[in-house]
Ligand binder design. Sequence first.
Ligand code: DP6
Length: 351
Amino acid sequence: MASEKQLVAVTCTAPVNIAVIKYWGKRDEDLILPINSSLSVTLHQDQLKTTTTAAISKDFTEDRIWLNGREEDVGQPRLQACLRETYALARVYGVESDLSEVARRGSGSACRSLYGGFVEWQMGERADGKDSIARQVAPESHWPELRVLILVVSAEKKLMGSTAGMQTSVETSSLLRFRAESVVPARMAEMTRCVQERDFQGFGQLTMKDSNQFHATCLDTFPPISYLSDTSRRIVQLVHRFNAHHGQTKVAYTFDAGPNAVVFALDDTVPEFVAAVRQCFPPELNGDKFLKGLPVRPVPLSEELKAALDVDPTPGGVKYIIATQVGPGPQILDDRQAHLLGPDGLPKPAA
Ligand code: DP6
């Protein structure tokens, strides 16, 4: 009993973010410093989140870590880098501004998940990375009509991880260097303006162009890296035909280091776009589970739009859709029940 009292546990949830100006390439592999700034949208934790419990106790004799219930090697360099930063912070406790440095040492893009809403990761210039930090551009309440649809596509093969992929790109792609030096700085300014003014046309077009340029740098990498699948390319075509039919940018895609599409739209466009996705990718077995997350009103597709889409349906190409929106940053859970670790400091059995 005495030892249980010594245990202090904190549980926190953190959001997922999706970049609309992509980070790809490091100028310092150890400190995880990027070759260009990036900007992302934080997704709502009602649909997607990670939950972490950290516990300390005088009775613990070693550091241990579990990921999705499985124990991992606590000696991994990136984990060690994060722990070192955290210990340093604990000593100076309460120094919030250094937190993006901690998150960045785990995974570069993770530092943008420290805030809700719209977040930029400023690349910084200093060799020690002290100015390579995340900053909120606008809060989650800023653009309430913005919706995010994640189109989950079946992965056809094992993909190259982003850490190794971007390292090869930095070594071999001249397009990547050009992008970082001559394209991204102006795009960061333009994207910030689009967000601030809630300009969906500009936001959507720039999001698609930046995703396309990121994937172009992957193809310019030697040997080339290709993250998009046939279904990803069909989604690209669907979005452009949908927009052409409406004569304006109503939906916009972006793809990270994998084939799943993340699609942005304003709330009044979502029902029709989801109907268009169902038309192009008829749900296979899980028809009723095809749409997860925020409710979407079913609507019929007009004959004109059906004709404009002009596709041979690919059944099961999109496995399911998660409908979500812009959300807040990390949250601390006060409820003791939420702890993933028991009073002995070991993972609680899965419910
Ligand atoms: C394509 O943050 O996963 O998602 O810093 O090596 O861990 P490391 O890479 P990671 O790269 C993310 C790349 C991206 C674009 C982005 O999120 O900006």
